[in-house]
Design a protein around this ligand. Sequence first.
Ligand SMILES: *[C@@H]1O[C@H](CO)[C@@H](O)[C@H](O)[C@H]1NC(C)=O
Ligand SMILES: *[C@@H]1O[C@H](CO)[C@@H](O)[C@H](O)[C@H]1NC(C)=O
Ligand SMILES: *[C@@H]1O[C@H](CO)[C@@H](O)[C@H](O)[C@H]1NC(C)=O
Length: 429
Amino acid sequence: MASAFSIPLVFLCSFLFIVSSCIAKTTPRPILQVTKDAKTLQYVTQVYQRTPLVPIKLSLDLGGEFMWVNCERGYASSSYKNPTCGSPPCQLLNTTSCITGCLGSPSVDCANNTCGSTASNPFGSISTGGPIVGDVFAIQSTNGKSILPLIKLPSFYFVCGSNVLDVGLANGVTGLAGLGRTGMSLPAQLSSYLKYDRKFALCLSSSNGAVFFGDGPYMLGPNVDASTSLQYTPLIVNTITGGGFFGDASPEYFIGVKSIKINEKRVTGFNESLFSFNAEGEGGTIISTTRPYTVLETTIYRAVISAFVKAMPKNVERVANVAPFGACFSSKNIISTRLGPAVPSIELVLESKNVWRIYGANSMVQVNKDVLCLGFVEARTDFSPTIKVVIGGYQIENNLLQFDLVKSRLGFSSSLLGRSTTCANFNFK
Ligand SMILES: *[C@@H]1O[C@H](CO)[C@@H](O)[C@H](O)[C@H]1NC(C)=O
Ligand SMILES: *[C@@H]1O[C@H](CO)[C@@H](O)[C@H](O)[C@H]1NC(C)=O
Ligand SMILES: *[C@@H]1O[C@H](CO)[C@@H](O)[C@H](O)[C@H]1NC(C)=O
């Protein structure tokens, strides 16, 4: 395993009195390589942890509050620490929990006078309490173009999960990488240790993709910097439902969708106030890596399906639905383009007035050789009824999404297929 401790280039450079150009060009930033698991449709990545370092596979959870790892699968490390109640690591989350009576013998997940939180697994719809623990952590790094040595941090905080939390995780995965809007998420801890602006970018695909931390460039072959030509819309904080406590900021990334259009025509037949928060904090739109397809509240879903079917050219035959989808078509008269199957485009008109256009490659799912289905699903009772639109994984693949917490805005590229590249084109070799 490559585990060389990388000497911060900034220090080397400062001896040479060329600090600014070194910082601009060579300061390594963390990066995660992401692979889509074909069976579960989870986006899986790998980090390193403990002493000696071991690789840990995690599924991405964009709205997750922190990283959690199953500590019941042979956690062995000479470097873990249980922070004491009230110490800074215990203040990374807005929690005052303090564990005082663990009756077992001392171990990574059994200590007194230490803090804890609730770890959730949205894939198994299960959550459980666990202690907050700090341990050595290592992650791949990049200059935005190629891979540099691992970055190693002495103490990165996570929550110890247990076997009951493992339900529904992809093969080999033992936890979740929470990227949410909290003080303890991966982007938050990495940017505060490594002192760069709190920004990160998702670039996922049906095969390989990446999470870039910090600013661009984010170079995708052949020579496309995906950080250029982003459009922006504000990131919105839901302080009503928050992170479970009234007044807390939501860990989820909300954006303001104002209306939905199909082929530039506004979709009607539902109440657009569902896009805003009501007095109980219900409503709004988030982006998710734990939902494989966009989930719409029932009245929005029905209106979108009906408008999409109407906008489809008459020579395209509608065929029987294939679950979980509600609008399927024979592929016979649908031609292929660079942006995927030529079908009506779906436009999300955003708060900034910018428009997020969803073309065939991100809207149509090939369910068999002859059938394409609109890859949107209806919110069911198993689904949090408080959020009305969840933009899912299929819809964000091969789109660069930059979460800029400094300016509290989302940068989005629209389909990179239009720039003749994909999110699988970062050079991880
Ligand atoms: C925690 O405190 C309780 C009560 O004082 C004690 O019985 C127990 O052994 C302690 N646990 C650990 C892990 O130190
Ligand atoms: C933590 O709680 C305080 C008061 O309850 C609130 O003002 C603050 O915004 C919260 N911070 C986060 C990150 O939620
Ligand atoms: C839409 O919903 C809001 C909030 O529930 C309500 O005040 C408004 O009257 C509704 N509009 C229509 C046209 O039904």
